[in-house]
Design a protein around this ligand. Structure first.
Ligand SMILES: O=C[C@H](O)[C@H](O)COP(=O)(O)O
Ligand SMILES: C=C(OP(=O)(O)O)C(=O)O
Ligand SMILES: [Mn+2]
Length: 496
């Protein structure tokens, strides 16, 4: 393969590039970032690679989820706790129903840069540069010139977020012994609440049982973390971070040549992107001869590639030849995002192309990005029905093609306002959010996210499907009851 370095991307065209007025200022900021410590360690990155290879083999399920765009102002204790709580609740539902380990990757602690469809947008009667994420410019239409200082601020906000995540996880927040702490108090759907309570009650019974017969190895049973005990099997969970690797100057500054802990010799080093465990290439920046593919091919982190309707089948295989020439397991996650109305046209073709190429991949369904619409009030939104429909079609097409869906990629948030209400950004779901309620608590800085209740609706649907598959059911395509009748699923959700 051709020569690669953390800066070799500079010789290729970068889509969605950001132009700074003062190049020297940018370089000063980047030099500073290049001296700051890594956010994540090689051993964590290798651990995730290993866990993703388990997903690839069908031994675990991947949950990739979080904000479309994080913001510096939303970096608060309450918001981070609510986001992690939702990721844990969602994964608990899957673990319980499907008895499958869940690999959790948050779109968190660095998801600040946004690719946009248009470089400008109209606000009132003014045309201004589009908002490109907090690490580029401001949501305030008067402050849209890119400012390099924002990259430094992004580094510190990522660090703060990750530090707090590590702190709450280390303090037993994820302990399966008290998932009620993850907050369900505000959920108004009685059925949803009951379903979740059932999972928690059954789990508590199971834990009690294991304690009684002495097979619990977690030290929580002996002495709590606060009193010097360890986290034990039931308290320690892995939660990895991710963001779109869009701003290559920033990614380069955090790319470090470090010892690969899997290799014997200290001299055996790899280039790790130390800003996050997992990075993905967006649908707008995956040009074969472009800068992003060039950068990504050289880093050791596991990576995602967004795949939409504009991806040609032969192009997909060529992208993988570049990104994973040695065909390493757990290295590539394909995140498909066609839209409910288009998935039937493209997914099977892409699955066939991958089979033919022999590339090992994890297939993940992003049912969000192909289903964005503009509401009558002008807010971007997504219909819950479309999201569910894309997931159901995706599961069914994988079944039909003898392939396997390895996970989902969602834009969701558990954040609540001061009165304890969820955001109102996507329409429908068991809370039946209507168009005139959209403006009530629309907090997203970019795309509309599922709220807490809508996310749990999705979790139960997937959990039921995986449970049926685990229990053997009829494997003929279309025979799984969770997939058989889309309308029945919608009706069931609408009645909750
Ligand atoms: O998150 C994804 C993209 O940044 C987003 O969907 C683009 O939105 P736009 O079409 O409003 O630019
Ligand atoms: C920009 C995103 O998606 P895509 O590249 O698939 O449009 C995203 O995941 O926020
Ligand atoms: Mn988005």
């Amino acid at each position: 393969m051709d020569f690669w370095s953390p800066s070799s991307w500079k010789s290729k065209p970068a889509a969605q590039g950001v132009k700074y007025a003062d190049e020297e200022h940018l370089q000063r900021v980047l030099s500073k970032i290049a001296t700051l410590p890594p956010l994540v360690a090689p051993s964590e990155i290798e651990r995730l690679r290993h866990q993703l290879s388990q997903v690839q083999e069908g031994k675990a399920f991947l949950l990739h989820a979080g904000d479309c765009a994080e913001s510096f102002d939303a970096c608060t204790h309450e918001n981070i706790t609510a986001k992690i709580g939702l990721i844990l609740s969602f994964s608990l539902i899957l673990i319980w129903g499907a008895r499958t380990p869940v690999v959790r990757i948050g779109r968190i602690a660095g998801q600040y840069a946004k690719p946009r469809s248009s470089p400008t947008e109209k606000i009132g009667d003014k045309i201004v540069p589009s908002f490109r994420g907090d690490n580029v410019n401001s949501l305030d239409p008067e402050d849209r010139n890119p400012n390099p200082e924002r990259l430094l601020s992004a580094y510190f906000h990522s660090t703060t977020t990750l530090n707090y995540i590590r702190a709450i996880l280390a303090s037993g927040f994820a302990s399966l012994n008290h998932p009620r702490d993850w907050s369900l108090s505000h959920v108004r759907s009685a059925t949803l609440k009951k379903e979740f309570e059932e999972v928690v009650t059954n789990l508590s019974d199971a834990l009690d049982f294991s304690r009684t017969i002495g097979i619990e190895t977690g030290s929580e049973s002996a002495v709590g973390y606060e009193r010097g005990g360890g986290l034990g099997t039931f308290g320690a969970v892995d939660l990895y971070t991710s963001h779109e690797g869009l701003m290559l100057d920033y990614e380069e500054a955090l790319t470090r040549k470090l010892r690969n802990p899997l290799r014997e010799s200290k001299e055996d080093q790899s280039y790790y992107n130390t800003s996050a465990h997992f990075l993905w290439i967006g649908d707008r920046t995956r040009q074969i001869t472009g800068a992003h593919i060039e950068y990504f091919r050289g880093i050791r982190n596991p990576i995602g590639v967004k795949v939409g309707p504009s991806m040609e089948s032969d192009e997909l295989a060529r992208v993988l030849d570049i990104l994973n020439p040695d065909r390493e397991s757990g290295r590539i996650t394909l995140i498909t995002r066609y839209g409910a109305g288009k998935i039937e046209k493209y997914l099977a073709l892409h699955i066939e192309a991958i089979k033919k190429s022999g590339h090992p991949v994890i297939w993940v369904c992003d049912p969000m990005h192909g289903n964005t619409v503009t509401s009558s009030s002008g807010l971007k939104t997504r219909q819950f029905r479309d999201i569910i429909e894309e997931i159901i079609l995706c599961l069914r097409i994988h079944e039909q093609c003898g392939s396997r869906l390895g996970g989902v990629s969602l834009e969701f948030t558990g954040e609540l306002n001061e009165e304890g209400f969820s955001v109102t950004e996507c329409l429908g779901g068991s809370m039946e959010l209507t168009e005139d309620e959209l403006g009530l608590r629309y907090q997203s800085f970019c795309d509309p996210r599922l709220n807490f209740e809508q996310s749990l609706d999705v979790a139960f649907l997937i959990s039921k499907y995986l449970k049926e598959r685990r229990s053997g059911g009829d494997r003929t395509p279309g025979k799984f009851s969770a997939l058989r009748d889309r309308n029945a699923v919608y009706d069931a959700l609408a009645q909750t």
